[in-house]
Ligand binder design. Sequence first.
Ligand code: SAM
Length: 344
Amino acid sequence: MTDVSSPTITRHGLFQIMQAYKRTSLLRTGVELGVFNRLATGPSGAAEVADALGLDPRGTRILLNALAAIHLVECDGSCYWLAPGADRLLAAGGAEFVGDMVRVFASDWEWDALKNLGEAVRRGGTVQAEHAETPEYEYWEDFAAHVPVVAEPTANVLTDILEPWATPRPELKVLDVACGHGVYGFSVARRFARAHVTSLDWENVLAVAASHAERFGVAARTDSIAGDMFEVPLGGPYDLALVTNVLHHFSEERATALLTRVASVVEPGGRIGLVGFTTDDALPGDDPAPHLFSVLMLAWTFEGEVHSAECYRRMLAASGFGEPVSRTVPGLPYRVLVAERVSR
Ligand SMILES: C[S@@+](CC[C@H](N)C(=O)[O-])C[C@H]1O[C@@H](n2cnc3c(N)ncnc32)[C@H](O)[C@@H]1O
């Protein structure tokens, strides 16, 4: 057995884990009720905040004190203001606003799935009536609306890798499979002026992606395919296919089947770009993020989990792609892989 020493468990530590959801609820409620936005206008008393937001004064006082207890706001006993950094991160319009990510990370959809984790462990997959594989699942609309804030830095790593190959090409036809917000494809379109992007997802999600195409200024060079990526005709051929943050919804076998389908519409010499969490050589205690994410996949898909970088290589090779270029993303737990379509 490898010698791994963890910090000794304490009662305090356990009680904190047992109650971590209370902090989640406080942050989510602060965002949803507009408390951080209100405090961004200046220090205020609880009654003033309640009045401005149409809330109950007692409820607002208790909420503000609890937000101060977890250091998201500060107070002097009567007045409340934003803690350092909260103006940038939690007030809508802040330079690095991430508050709306509560609608994903702290959503009822994820929470409801995790409440049934024990049953998912017993059965080896989701027991939810609605889950990540449900066609036109409403959760993916919120995901598409709010996740660009973390997708954009990762998309920049992808476009950097593609640059030497993509820049001299006279045209660049791109298929973005399970595009969600579409930011990976739209980032390619923004970087490479000759790119045309076909975004594929369920109809309800494509409507959200379209708004990001406008924001990126690339809408005129996009079109879309609505439907099930395992069934719908893919069109093509394409020079580049993107399959980002979706292979972990499936077993290695099913993910390979999807990649093989995608490979059939990528020109030989073309490229595929993958993005995902990966498990690598590190033990779970040294690299927790992919293992915690796998729990969500267990509770919310039939066979999904985070795959290792080695598994991604196997899937690429089995579906007709070469050895990938592989990069991690600074400050984020993602890996970007780009591989060439080889003729078989
Ligand atoms: C985790 S999101 C990934 C979105 C984006 N590619 C990214 O990297 O953030 C998964 C996306 O896959 C889509 N999806 C899942 N199963 C699908 C299927 N069978 N056909 C088409 N889209 C699907 C969902 O609607 C969702 O937008």
